[in-house]
Ligand binder design. Structure first.
Ligand SMILES: NC(=O)c1ccc[n+]([C@@H]2O[C@H](COP(=O)([O-])OP(=O)(O)OC[C@H]3O[C@@H](n4cnc5c(N)ncnc54)[C@H](OP(=O)(O)O)[C@@H]3O)[C@@H](O)[C@H]2O)c1
Length: 251
């Protein structure tokens, strides 16, 4: 355990930690000295990630198989994290899913609509609601993973895009409210990241679509999240647009 590291003695709760950006964020936060609570549904994946993080960093990685759409399961996971670590300093609201690439507003099945809204909107809300009292106690940081799709109109995926506009609107409004209590809020907006994004409703994930380094690698976003987590009062970076350099050439 590195007691001289910037996040030594701090703990982080990371949703969507079983792959992609969440997994990379957990690794980066632990590498900076934080103990990490890993939250997602796939228990086996979380366990192997936790084992790797603990052996590489010496920090504690706590596995919490949880569906973020389940309000009481989320409350329980946050409570267990605080019981285990004694406090909560960093929240990473990252779990999110894509709509299918073969659906439009006219054709999307109601079940898919509800599923995407449940994870990307309700899940973010439930997790934030449960974490706020603990972040107030530590003057902590809440990081929200937004998206380029939440900043510009996205005709090809309006529902997914709207969930990310919601995330940014919610996060910035919260920042205004929690700032007086010294809680910091940072939204991080990536462009395409090579992860399992698309698993579920798309034929291909981002990992299937892109070659290594063709777009952003998840570790880059993980490092940005670890940077955000290290911010101390009174200032905060409210929004961090981490775009692939060529993004606007194809916009
Ligand atoms: N990849 C991109 O191009 C990109 C770009 C901009 C923003 N983003 C955003 O980045 C975030 C992370 O996505 P990613 O790219 O890292 O994709 P990913 O590899 O598919 O990761 C998504 C994570 O969310 C978790 N998750 C999904 N549904 C859940 C549920 N009901 N309860 C708990 N956890 C759930 C998944 O774990 P389980 O399946 O094990 O539950 C997984 O750990 C998302 O919010 C996404 O919108 C991605």
């Amino acid at each position: 355990m590195g007691t001289n590291l910037p996040l030594a003695g701090k703990s982080a709760f990371i949703t969507g930690a079983s792959s992609g950006i969440g997994e990379a964020a957990a690794e980066a936060l632990a590498a900076q000295g934080a103990d990490v609570a890993l939250v997602a549904r796939r228990k086996e994946k979380l366990e192997s990630i936790a084992e790797r993080i603990e052996s590489v960093t010496g920090q504690t990685a706590f596995v919490l198989p949880t569906d973020v759409t389940d309000n009481s399961a989320v409350n329980e996971a946050v409570a267990q994290t605080v019981d285990t670590f004694g406090q909560l300093d960093v929240l990473v609201n990252n779990a999110g899913i894509a709509t299918g690439s073969d659906v439009t507003v006219e054709t999307i099945p109601a079940e898919q609509y509800r599923d995407v809204m449940a994870v990307n909107v309700d899940g973010v809300f439930f997790v934030t609601q449960a974490a706020i009292p603990h972040l107030r106690e530590t003057s902590g940081i809440a990081v929200f993973v937004g998206s380029f799709a939440g900043q510009f109109p996205r005709p090809g995926a309006p529902l997914y895009a709207a969930t990310k506009w919601w995330t940014r609107g919610f996060a910035h409004s919260l920042a205004g409210w929690l700032g007086e209590d010294e809680v910091g809020v940072t939204v991080i907006n990536p462009t395409e990241v090579r992860t399992e994004f698309g698993r579920g409703y798309r034929d291909q994930t981002s990992k299937d679509r892109f070659e290594p380094n063709e777009v952003t690698e998840p570790e880059v976003i993980g490092d940005a999240i670890a940077f955000a987590a290290q911010q101390e009062p009174p200032n905060v970076v409210s929004e961090l647009d981490l775009y692939r350099r060529g993004k606007f050439s194809h916009f």
